[in-house]
Design a binder for this molecule. Structure first.
Ligand code: TYD
Ligand code: MG
Length: 453
């Protein structure tokens, strides 16, 4: 007879404790502990356990190893983020907010993979077979080698999977399917953890690759991907603002590749398409010679990305001046405004300052600082910057322009888009630079060169 007990689980990190706390003692998040019933089975590992012979220590340089066998999923950006394709037998967790496009991406990947290597089973706990068929038809990815199973009971689903000859198993999503042996509700920490463990076990037993889908919300209120991150080989996050068309795919953990790669997709009428040249998207609508607009080049993973920074400076109507940043760190904006005031004597105390990254991207690369400062100055003075100019460099509190990484790569990207001047910190350029460099030591120097002060 199974023994029942309850315990408290943290929704954020999955830690278990015997009593309730307002703040998780492990990760320090507030109000994340929920009570769940745990059923302890006598043979807790379940029916699918295969008895293993005990492992033996072996020298590191022994037989085996070599490059992993990879399967191309046929979607270039997804393959690149995975490190050059899906490693056979590996497990991937794809996390993202609801409605961001996870199911769309995987449906496209499933059909591309089926074409290239073998059958795929797509277990869905969220949509019906008809809904998925309709979507696949619209996306033009109907395939007789992709099997859809609309089933919430994971035991049944894995039983079916065991009888099939498949190469890839997709479970959409870990929050929607459940194991009947566990009494807590679908989506709870213990369910999600057990669901993932059962899928991993099944994948290992039948030598399959596994992709799990997990929903996360901005507040992190759903139990999910966080507690699974250590169980899988690769964790991908799918991000983007829902009202803009582009989506970013990022690896936050990858046992078989780097986590620096970033995939850029565009969501269109026919699903997601890889954007090999994302700079085009972010620069596409830049107006010529407008005051308050500058172009910078940031690094997104290993890839340079050109984008436009827009600034608006308007007199404050009453009270305190407002500062607002969309797609840029608010505190960094305050620092840049303080530098402009102290080091250049600009008076922004009676001006509202708004910053927007065109295209809806979020910029974390400090190399964008110089372009932000220049855009604010250009907006304040009403003087446009030259059209073919790119700026990058990190600003220090003394107004100095600090060097950033990958300067040559950024310069190349700018040159390939027809820009002909770069203002940046001094560095050792390549022999025949593709573009004219203007080296600036500090912010006043840069703005003087640009005739803004
Ligand atoms: P979906 O893949 O269902 O999201 P998730 O599985 O992450 O919850 O994507 C749903 C959204 O994508 C939906 O709001 C509409 C949009 N979409 C398109 O714009 N074009 C398309 O061709 C498809 C299939 C979806
Ligand atoms: Mg979905």
């Amino acid at each position: 007879m199974a023994k029942k007990r309850t315990a408290f689980f943290c929704n954020s990190c999955g830690a278990e404790s015997a009593r309730w706390y307002g703040r998780c003692p492990v990760c320090g998040e507030w109000n994340t502990l929920v009570e769940e019933t745990i059923v302890e089975e006598k043979s807790s590992a379940g029916k699918q356990t295969v008895k293993k012979t005990s492992a033996r220590p072996a020298p590191l340089n022994g037989e085996g190893g070599g490059p992993p066998m990879r399967v191309q999923l046929g979607i270039p950006e997804l393959d690149a983020v995975l490190g050059g394709g899906l490693v056979h037998g590996s497990s991937v967790l794809l996390g993202g907010e609801p409605g961001i496009g996870k199911s769309t991406l995987l449906l496209q990947a499933a059909s591309a993979m089926a074409k290239a290597s073998g059958s795929v089973l797509y277990i869905t706990g969220e949509e019906s077979l008809e809904q998925i068929r309709m979507r696949a038809q619209r996306l033009g990815v109907l395939s007789d080698k992709v099997f859809i199973l609309a089933e919430n009971n994971l035991d049944n689903a894995l039983e079916q999977a065991a009888q099939m000859d498949i190469r890839l198993l997709i479970v959409d999503s870990v929050q929607a399917v459940y194991l009947p042996d566990i009494s807590s509700a679908p989506g709870s920490v213990s369910q999600v953890r057990a669901v993932a463990a059962a899928c991993l076990q099944a994948a290992r037993n039948h030598d399959l690759s596994l992709i799990l889908v997990g929903h996360v919300t901005k507040e992190g209120t759903l139990a999910g991907p966080r507690v699974l991150e250590h169980m899988v080989d690769t964790v991908l996050y799918f991000e983007g603002e829902r009202y803009t068309a582009f989506r970013l795919l990022r690896a936050v953990k990858n046992r078989f590749g780097s986590t620096n790669e970033l995939g850029v997709f565009e969501m269109g009428e026919h699903g997601l398409s890889s954007l090999a040249n994302p700079s085009l998207l972010f620069l596409g609508e830049k107006k010529q010679s407008a005051a308050g607009s500058s172009v910078t080049c940031i690094m997104q993973g290993s890839r340079p990305l050109l984008l436009e920074i827009q600034a608006l400076v308007a007199p404050t109507a009453f009270g305190n001046p407002r500062r607002l940043a969309v797609g840029f760190d608010y505190n960094r904006l305050l620092i840049i405004i303080a530098i402009l005031e102290r080091k250049l004597g600009l008076s922004l105390g009676n001006q509202d300052v708004y910053i927007n990254i065109a295209g809806g991207l979020r910029v974390d690369d400090p190399a964008a600082d110089l372009a932000v400062a220049t855009a604010i100055c250009s907006a304040l003075k009403g003087l446009p910057l030259p059209d073919k100019l790119v700026l990058f460099g990190e600003l220090g509190l003394l107004g100095e322009i600090r060097t950033t990484g990958q300067l040559n790569r950024r310069a190349k990207e700018a040159a390939s888009f027809g820009f002909n001047e770069i203002v940046c910190p001094k560095f050792k350029t390549e022999k025949n630079p593709p573009i004219k460099f203007i080296f600036a030591d500090d912010l006043p120097h840069a703005l003087k060169i640009l005739n803004l002060i």
